[in-house]
Ligand binder design. Structure first.
Ligand code: NAP
Length: 343
């Protein structure tokens, strides 16, 4: 296989390593932000559990969650879903976004009503203090019903805590066997350098969001054997082609009023996606899988974290990690994209 990142090929799913950790993980990871319900207009736990099981059966082993997704709810649902299957999962969660204390840097205040029925207002702080991380990891382990986390990531960076203090706690947790690999998220190249021995960087990347190419992350990470876990690779569902002007987003759905989902942008993206249809058909893929295939082969990008609300979405998305997309197809896709968007 030409791609040096691929360490294992199975019929069902490509795998790549999480940096220097030695852990191989499916190139398609199941993102469980939506599973928490918060910011997505709610979620049905039974559907979420079916989605996780369907993903695992279709070859996805990487599952990404975070305490803040539904204020503990996503981790709890993931914990229930993987009970009895823990050895089949590369479990990734995060630390550093807290809502039970006003410490660090205020990230934002949420008034979303779909998760907590009575206590709507929550102020979320970026806080990576070592003692707080210790508390967070214990809470995550309990919610996830496990005694170790495969990949532990700092969710957003906190300017009030020196990175060396955060990192020494992460290394301690690794020594204790509570976590197996260390990752960062929403971090700059400079911050990654300060962390030192990290295995992964979780950053936003899609056909429509390519800041990583400009800020040097897609160069720094492969040069330093740091895996990039691209988040929101379907642009919150926009790149599936199913969202149009008639789509009604539920109360609290982050896409309601979001500039990505204006009438003008929806039309432009939909016309672009229509041009992908013959390429997808020639390659035996859906348009969503084609979008994923293109993203997966961008320089530095090793894994995609894709959210799935139900079984059907999880199965379709797992299909995006079964084979590599030939270069000539990627070139055709690049040409189409550049006739709609300038990067
Ligand atoms: N580190 C961070 O700061 C950060 C930030 C954002 C995300 N993330 C991670 O990345 C993951 C994915 O990002 P994301 O959830 O923002 O966006 P995404 O993966 O681009 O979009 C996910 C949404 O698109 C829709 N969808 C997914 N597959 C589909 C399919 N096959 N057909 C039709 N619709 C489909 C579903 O929503 P509907 O059914 O409601 O349309 C789903 O919730 C998250 O779950 C989380 O793990 C991390």
């Amino acid at each position: 296989m030409a791609d040096g990142w691929v360490d294992n090929y199975e019929d069902i799913m490509l795998k790549r390593k999480l940096g220097n950790s030695g852990i191989g993980a499916s190139v398609i990871g199941l993102g469980t932000w939506v599973t928490g319900g918060w910011m997505w207009g709610g979620a049905d736990d039974r559907e979420s559990i079916k989605a996780i099981h369907a993903g695992l059966e279709a070859g996805i082993d990487l599952i990404d969650t975070a305490p803040v997704y539904g204020f503990g709810h996503s981790e709890e649902v993931v914990g229930k879903a993987i009970k009895g299957r823990r050895d089949k999962v590369v479990l990734a969660t995060k630390c550093g976004l807290v809502w039970d204390k006003a410490e660090g840097v205020l990230h934002f205040t949420s008034n979303e009503k779909t998760v907590t029925k009575t206590d709507f207002t929550k102020s979320v702080y970026k806080y990576l203090n070592p003692g707080s991380i210790r508390t967070e990891v214990e809470q995550s382990l309990k919610r996830l019903q496990t005694d170790y986390i495969d990949l532990y990531q700092t969710h957003w960076q906190d300017e009030t805590t020196p990175i060396c203090d955060t990192m020494s706690m992460l290394l301690k947790l690794k020594d204790e066997g509570k976590i197996r690999a260390i990752g960062v998220s929403n971090a700059s190249v400079e911050q990654m350098k300060e962390y030192g021995a990290i295995d992964t960087a979780q950053e936003k990347y899609s056909m429509l969001a390519r800041k990583l190419d400009e800020n040097g992350i897609t160069k720094y990470c492969p040069d330093n054997n740091v895996a990039i876990l691209a988040y929101s690779p379907l642009a919150n569902g926009l790149l599936t082609g199913k969202i149009n002007e008639q789509t009604q987003f539920g109360e609290g759905d982050l896409r309601k009023g979001n500039p990505l989902f204006t009438k003008e942008n929806l039309t432009k993206v939909s016309v672009m996606l229509n041009e992908f249809i013959p390429i997808a058909e020639e390659n035996g893929m859906t348009v969503t899988q084609l979008v994923m295939g293109w993203t997966l082969q961008r320089k530095g990008i090793t894994h995609l974290l894709v959210g799935a609300r139900n079984e059907q979405q999880a199965i379709e998305n797992s299909g995006g990690g079964k084979s590599l997309l030939p270069e000539q197809e990627r070139t055709k896709i690049d040409e189409i994209i550049s006739s709609y968007f300038a990067f």
